[in-house]
Ligand binder design. Sequence first.
Ligand SMILES: NC(=O)c1ccc[n+]([C@@H]2O[C@H](COP(=O)([O-])OP(=O)(O)OC[C@H]3O[C@@H](n4cnc5c(N)ncnc54)[C@H](OP(=O)(O)O)[C@@H]3O)[C@@H](O)[C@H]2O)c1
Length: 285
Amino acid sequence: MMTKEFGKTGRSVTEIGMGTYYDKPWIRVAKHGWSMGARTKIKALRAGLDGGIKLVDTAEAYYTEPFVAKAMKGRKRDDLFIATKVWLDHLHHDDLVTALAKSLERLELSYVDLYQIHFPNGSVPLKETMGAMEEMMDKGKIRSIGVSNFSLDQMIEAGSALAKSEISSAQVNYSLIHRKFEKDIIPYCQQNKIAVLAYYPLGHGILTKPTPKMEEVCRRNAKTPAQVALNWLVSKPSVFAIPRASRPSHVIENLGGSDWRLSESDRAELEKEFPIDGVQPASKS
Ligand SMILES: NC(=O)c1ccc[n+]([C@@H]2O[C@H](COP(=O)([O-])OP(=O)(O)OC[C@H]3O[C@@H](n4cnc5c(N)ncnc54)[C@H](OP(=O)(O)O)[C@@H]3O)[C@@H](O)[C@H]2O)c1
């Protein structure tokens, strides 16, 4: 699996990771302590780690940190890049410190490689949140700091609120069918060596049902639609894709989104088919 440098962390991280958000209905049930399909989900995570993936994205709000802990068992901690997120209700200093302690407990870790603010919360001063983040960094509980669902202006403001470190990553909805951040956040991140974590990289599954044009690209490269959609993302500088990992067979297929590159002409064809401001083209099914 190909790797690239994650922001300015000095860490080389696999360009494809695994996301662990399993949708709202699943979370509603998980909140009450039921973990439907836990065995398969943990198996899927293990299949990805066995296949060479080092990057796993979770969040306190996903109720999946214990799955990540189970999947990591018996593996070398330093090889992995584990990212979690603090929910927007926990951005005051003491709340963040407590939320991180609970995440670390659920993950059975002493530190996370990346701690991200899940969503911005205008009612909490960024200085306070970032002060708490840096304090946790000084204590060795966080290796790097990221934001998620921030606009470009919010991200720049968040960076300015840090006293001695920098924003390492921005997590955004980014795929062939959602390219609007190519107008601002993506180039800003690329110019400033900030990693982009592309969530919904398969358009929440839509891109696994190809349009006839996309199907031609798949045929030419002998790859599946998911592999083509992921490769289009990760061939961009600074971009990492985090497709959801809930089924082992899907995770194994998604490993094949790396270790090769679409040609310039195939990329151009895909971008014509899925323009930045375009209406989503119809898939075959
Ligand atoms: N920061 C945020 O606010 C935020 C928001 C949303 C998501 N995320 C992160 O991004 C991750 C990815 O988002 P997502 O899971 O909703 O969207 P996604 O990865 O774009 O799509 C997931 C859907 O595609 C299916 N799929 C995956 N691989 C496939 C394959 N090879 N062939 C056919 N179908 C395939 C999945 O099915 P199966 O589940 O059956 O495998 C699922 O239905 C989340 O898990 C989470 O970590 C972050």
